[in-house]
Design a protein around this ligand. Structure first.
Ligand SMILES: [Ca+2]
Ligand SMILES: [Ca+2]
Length: 547
């Protein structure tokens, strides 16, 4: 207990709080993909005091997390983007390339400020845990950081408390070699894909649901090619509320099936996270955007005669009396026969009961619907000027949905061809995602020219095990291309503690032991970092020695 306490003291003295998001930052061709975890959003700070539950009892220290800032720099110290100055012209804050903040009515400039410089708290746009930076050049070295920041508290004490950012430390030696990279930082070189590289693939229809009635689509972006699984399949399923005629999409979840095991990889992602620019938390190297149609509207380009030579213009409009309702979420088809198959339903005003040689089907729910019909020319059949009105029931309440006027073709010189038996006219509409609407897709892993025993090998540094450890721990890593590989251990001040590997390595998977006794000296309890370097690949992880 005493030792753990000592470690906590050490961490707080060094400013290594739990407030740093753990970021995965991967360079692509002219792009950089950033993703990070959400564990810091429960960040509580004793300095802010307690928060209280509805009964007035203390409910832990106040939650202080407010948002994320994304920094990109060409300098390890981020000094080239520290350009937001105070009233004396001194640089105080860094300029982010993106910012995501909690929707909590805390936004805009922090009122407290220092010497006239006010920290920008965001625009209340909502949190995100993935971001693609398209504004990079291949071959250029970039330093990135994903930084979390606190709310601040203008009412704190007499002066107020400013928002604070977590640290972002990248240390290089005089030759520009990396010595230390924080868990929320990375150094990357965007580059075209190497020869012999086949990117991972997503197989499946992302434009149309595999099951269900929603007409929206999803977009899947590959954030981290090396993490995309071979032969995993996914089911993205929606939840909605209440009744079919007037539902709202609530959320979606993603379940992965891989090697016989089903796991929830995204759970209950709220509708506020839908949108073309809203990227989901990254899972298995992938991020999803959901494009939901906002309601029922006619899709003009898909509405028309789908079978037959009939050229009648069908003027489809939403029932003018329907403005207070949501139109019924369905597609309809009018099917024509050579004999009487149905009868119009309404007898009111111009609407008459008339036996007809067609029926109207709700094809989304696969059932016939009732309809009204007018017959101003008293032909007793469907002819120019006649109107059809589709009827649906909302509970027991009758409502009509679409009004269709049978009209002469647009060009008055065209001879009208009436529908023949077998002809079909379709009314197509957009719809929100409904309960259990589902997209299905699967993935193929990337292929590099190097394989070992059928397993694809990539550069990778794994978490040590056990962790925390005493006195020894194992570290696994993988090498993709032959070349010099180093694996070194550093203390929190960036001092090199041990060199575990520093030699030419062939492609493959390796494992090395780290002993906490170095040159007969026992290392102190605390955090250590181990860093794999192979060419331009650099990855650093944290481990905890607890004696
Ligand atoms: Ca906010
Ligand atoms: Ca008629």
């Amino acid at each position: 207990m005493k030792k753990l306490f000592a470690v906590l003291i050490l961490l707080s003295v060094l400013g290594i709080t739990n407030a740093q998001p753990k970021a995965r930052i991967v360079a692509g061709d002219g792009k950089v993909f950033l993703s990070w975890d959400n564990k810091e959003e429960d960040w509580r700070d004793p300095f802010y005091g307690y928060e209280y539950d509805e009964n007035g009892n203390p409910a832990g220290f106040k939650k202080v997390f407010e948002g994320y800032l994304i920094y990109r720099s060409k300098d390890a110290h981020f000094s080239d983007i520290k350009i937001i100055t105070d009233s004396k012209g001194n640089p105080v804050y860094w300029k982010p390339i993106a910012q995501f903040d909690l929707v909590d009515s805390i936004f805009g400039p922090d009122p407290v400020g220092i010497n006239g410089a006010h920290f920008w708290r965001g625009d209340d746009t909502g949190l995100q845990h993935a971001y693609i930076d398209n504004n990079v050049q291949n071959g250029q070295k970039y330093y990135y950081a994903v930084v979390s920041y606190s709310k601040g508290d203008p009412t704190f004490g007499t002066l107020g408390l400013q928002p604070a950012e977590c640290t972002k430390i990248i240390t290089e030696d005089n030759e520009g070699n990396l010595r230390f990279v924080d868990i929320n930082c990375a150094v990357v070189f965007p580059n075209p894909s190497p020869e012999g590289y086949i990117p991972p693939q997503i197989i499946g229809d992302t434009k149309a649901v595999a099951n269900g009635i929603g007409t929206g689509s999803i977009d899947i972006k590959i954030f981290d090619p090396a993490s995309v699984l071979e032969g995993a399949s996914y089911s993205l399923k929606f939840k909605s509320d209440s009744l079919l005629y007037n539902y709202k999409t609530l959320s979606y979840s993603v379940i992965r099936s891989y090697q016989g095991v089903d796991s929830i990889v995204l759970s209950g992602i709220d509708k506020s996270e839908f949108g073309a620019n809203k990227l989901s938390q990254v899972f298995d190297g992938l991020s999803v955007s959901v494009l939901n149609d906002t309601g029922v509207a006619l899709i003009y380009e898909k509405t028309g005669w789908v079978i037959g030579k009939c050229n009648a213009k069908m003027v489809v409009t939403q029932n003018p009396y329907l403005s207070a309702f949501t139109a019924w979420p369905a597609d309809y088809e009018i099917e024509f026969y050579d004999h009487i198959v149905d009868s119009s339903f309404i007898k009111e005003g111009p609407y008459i009961i008339l036996p007809v040689n067609f029926r109207i089907k709700n094809v989304t729910e696969n059932r016939d619907v009732k309809f009204g019909m007018t017959d101003p020319d008293r032909s007793g059949t469907l002819s120019v000027g006649d109107e059809l009105r589709i009827i649906e029931y909302k509970g027991t309440k009758v409502t009509s949905v679409w009004q269709i006027v049978y009209s002469h073709p647009e060009d008055p010189s065209t001879v009208l061809i009436d529908p023949a038996p077998g002809d079909i006219f379709r009314i197509a509409t957009t719809r929100r995602f409904y309960n259990n609407d589902e997209f299905k897709f699967s993935t193929k892993a990337m292929v590099t020219d190097v394989e070992e025993g059928g397993r694809i090998v990539t550069f990778n540094l794994e978490q040590n095990y056990p962790n925390p450890f005493n006195p020894t721990t194992m570290i696994k890593y993988s090498v993709m291309k032959s070349g010099n590989v180093s694996l070194k251990v550093y203390d929190v001040l960036g001092n090199e503690v041990a060199t575990l590997v520093n030699e030419e390595k062939q492609p493959g998977n390796y494992e090395v032991e780290f002993q906490s006794t170095v040159s007969n000296q026992q290392l102190a309890s605390g955090i250590y970092f181990y860093q794999l370097r192979a060419g331009e690949f650099v990855q650093t992880k944290k481990m905890l020695l607890l004696r």
